[in-house]
Design a protein around this ligand. Structure first.
Ligand code: SF4
Ligand code: FES
Length: 297
């Protein structure tokens, strides 16, 4: 896992290291507070484990914890929670149970709870998944839940999405056209075949699971990434946009950190919770770019 903790933690560690040479009263108090908090946590875990052993119908969750703002929680760690299993339970259900029952400070994003909003992508048992779509019953225990790799962790399972949104914005992810229908209320129609062609690409829910799984994006922070390129595909292949706008889109995706960076590893396609054939779309845009360039010869 390459969970990224913001640099301030390192600074805090450095400071802590220099200060250990001559601990002040404040440091000693804080260390004592930390020690007691750890002890309470260990005790709680031991009690839960005991209860869980008595009740076979529980699942064990190991959840990544980190809070840069609270003393004693700045050191990344895993907390163990035992959650009563129910048929149909998802990872999100289990996390909500853990938060509501054991630790109200456990932090994660969620909203729709039905794989629509894209807010709860996480790293579950070593794979990028939507917590609300992942069945507990299909996972091996203990279930390890971590924030998305290759993104900066803000707190616990929450990562900073700003970079991902910037990459999406870079491809101008909105419909643009020069030709409007005559009547003010007339629909801008599209052929059935064209709708069919772009159908899968319209399903993106901006969860960032694909970006998190991509080796190229991990090594090149400027790479547009699979989701943004898919978004460009969605509009570049829309017959209603017109040739000049398509040309502009191809120029965006053909830039140094665009489609040609993709090494066809399929990791994005494998993790996409909406089954979008991302690698295929990237390959198709590469072909379009080549055809477009040949036009000028
Ligand atoms: S393409 Fe798939 S994995 Fe990537 S952001 Fe969209 S829905 Fe999520
Ligand atoms: S909570 Fe909306 S996608 Fe999971």
């Amino acid at each position: 896992m390459s969970t990224q903790i913001p640099k301030q933690t390192e600074k805090a560690e450095e400071t802590a290291e220099t200060e250990t040479e001559a601990p002040s009263k404040g440091d000693e108090r804080r260390a004592e507070k930390r020690r007691r908090a750890d002890e309470r946590r260990r005790q709680r875990e031991a009690e839960e484990a005991e209860k869980a052993a008595a009740d076979e119908n529980t699942v064990e969750l190991r959840v990544f914890r980190y809070d840069p703002d609270v003393e004693g929680k700045q050191e990344p760690r895993f907390d163990t929670f035992h959650v009563p299993f129910e048929k149909g339970m998802t990872v999100l259900d289990a996390l909500m149970y853990a938060r509501d029952t054991y630790d109200s400070s456990l932090t994660f994003r969620h909203s729709c709870r039905q794989a629509v909003c894209g807010s709860d992508a996480m790293f579950v048992n070593g794979g990028q998944k939507l917590a609300c779509k992942t069945q507990i019953g299909e996972l091996e225990e203990p279930i390890r839940v971590e924030p998305l790799p290759h993104a900066e962790v803000t707190k616990d399972l929450v990562v900073d999405m700003e970079h991902f949104y910037d990459q999406m914005e870079a491809v101008e992810p909105y419909f643009q056209t020069n030709e409007y229908p005559e009547g003010e209320l007339e629909e801008q129609r599209q052929t059935r075949e064209n709708r069919e062609k772009i159908k899968m690409s319209t399903r993106c829910i901006w969860c960032s699971a694909c970006m998190s799984s991509c080796n190229i994006a991990a090594g090149d922070n400027e790479y547009l990434g699979p989701a943004a390129i898919n978004k460009a595909y969605r509009f570049a292949m829309d017959e209603r946009e017109g040739e000049d706008i398509k040309q502009k889109r191809l120029e965006i995706i053909e830039q140094e950190h665009g489609v040609w960076r993709c090494q066809t590893q399929f990791s994005c396609t494998e993790v996409c919770p909406k089954d979008i054939p991302l690698t295929e779309h990237i390959q198709e845009l590469k072909r379009e770019a080549v055809k477009n360039n040949l036009k000028f010869w």
